[in-house]
Design a protein around this ligand. Sequence first.
Ligand SMILES: Nc1ncnc2c1ncn2[C@@H]1O[C@H](COP(=O)(O)OP(=O)(O)OP(=O)(O)O)[C@@H](O)[C@H]1O
Ligand SMILES: [Mg+2]
Length: 297
Amino acid sequence: MAIIIARNLTKKFKELTAVDNISLEIEEGECFGLLGPNGAGKTSIIRMITAVSPVTHGDIWVMGKDLKRYPREVKAILGVIPQMDNLDEDLTVIQNLLTFARYFAIHKDVAYRRSLEILHLMKLEGKRDSRIEELSGGMKRRLLIGRGLINAPKIIILDEPSIGLDPQARHMVWQKLRELKAQGVTQLLCTQNMEEAARICDRVAIIHQGRIVDIDTPQGLVAKYMGSQIWEIDLVSVERDSIISELESRRLEFEEFSGIIHVFSTDNKLIEGLPGTARAATLEDVFFKLTGRSLVE
Ligand SMILES: Nc1ncnc2c1ncn2[C@@H]1O[C@H](COP(=O)(O)OP(=O)(O)OP(=O)(O)O)[C@@H](O)[C@H]1O
Ligand SMILES: [Mg+2]
C-alpha cells in the first residue's frame, strides 16, 4: 500500500514553477530518494509533503489522510529533518530534544527517555548538556536527525541527511537509516550524494527542473541508461581529434567533458584496441545523462 501519495503536485513562486505537476507513490517501508541538481525542486516537494509550504495545485495523502484537511494529524505522523539547521541556540542539546517533544505533546517522562535514547543513537551522550554553539557542524547535523525521531515517527523525511558529515558520521547515519527501515519506518529523502542514493534508497526519482525524469531502483536506472560499464579515455595522454574520428568511425556513443571521453558501450569488441580504462557505470553517470553536466544557475 502506498503510504505517501502525491498527485499532480505543483508549486509556484510567483511566475517561477519550482515543482511542475509531479505524481509519486511511496510504498510503506521503502526508502525513496529524490535526486536532482541544485534548484531542481526537491526541497519544495518535501516542504509541501511535510505541510510546511502550501500546495499550489494537486493533492497529497499521507497514510490515507488528505493533507489539506488534516495537516496537524499528518505532521504528528512524520519525523522531519530539514535541510537547514534550525536548532535552538539558546538551549542545550538535551533541552533542544525535550522542547521539540512538547510540540507533539509527548509526556515528560517519555520525552526524557526518548531523548536519552536519541543521544545514544547519535553518539552525542557526551554533549548532553553542551550549548549548540559548542557543537561541531557534524554534531549539529546528527542532533537534527535525532530530533526528527522524537515522536517515534512511522515516516521520516530527510532533506540532505548527510550534508556536512565526515565519512565516519555519514556511514553511521546510513546505518541508523537502515536500522530504522528494518523496523518498518518509511523514508523519503532528498540528496545530491549519489553514493547515498545508491546505497540506501530502494527507489529514486530523478528530478530536473521541477519534473520527474524517471523513477526506478538505482540498479534499474544504471542498467537502463548506462549498461554495465563505461570506457574512459583521458585526453591528457592521447591526441583528441584522431581518437574522436576513431570513435565516430566505430559508431560508438560517447561524451566529452572535463578532459575525459566517456564511451558508453557494453560491447567489448567495439572498444578493442582503444586507449583508456573500463569502470563500472554508476548512478552519477545516469544523473549527468538525465540532468545535464552544466550548472543550471
Ligand atoms: N521561498 C521561495 N521563494 C521563491 N523561490 C523559491 C523559494 N524556495 C525555492 N524557490 C525556488 O524554487 C526552485 C526550487 O528550489 P528548491 O529549494 O526546491 O530546490 P532543491 O532541489 O531543493 O535545490 P538544492 O539542491 O539546492 O537544495 C529554485 O529555483 C528556487 O530558487
Ligand atoms: Mg534543497
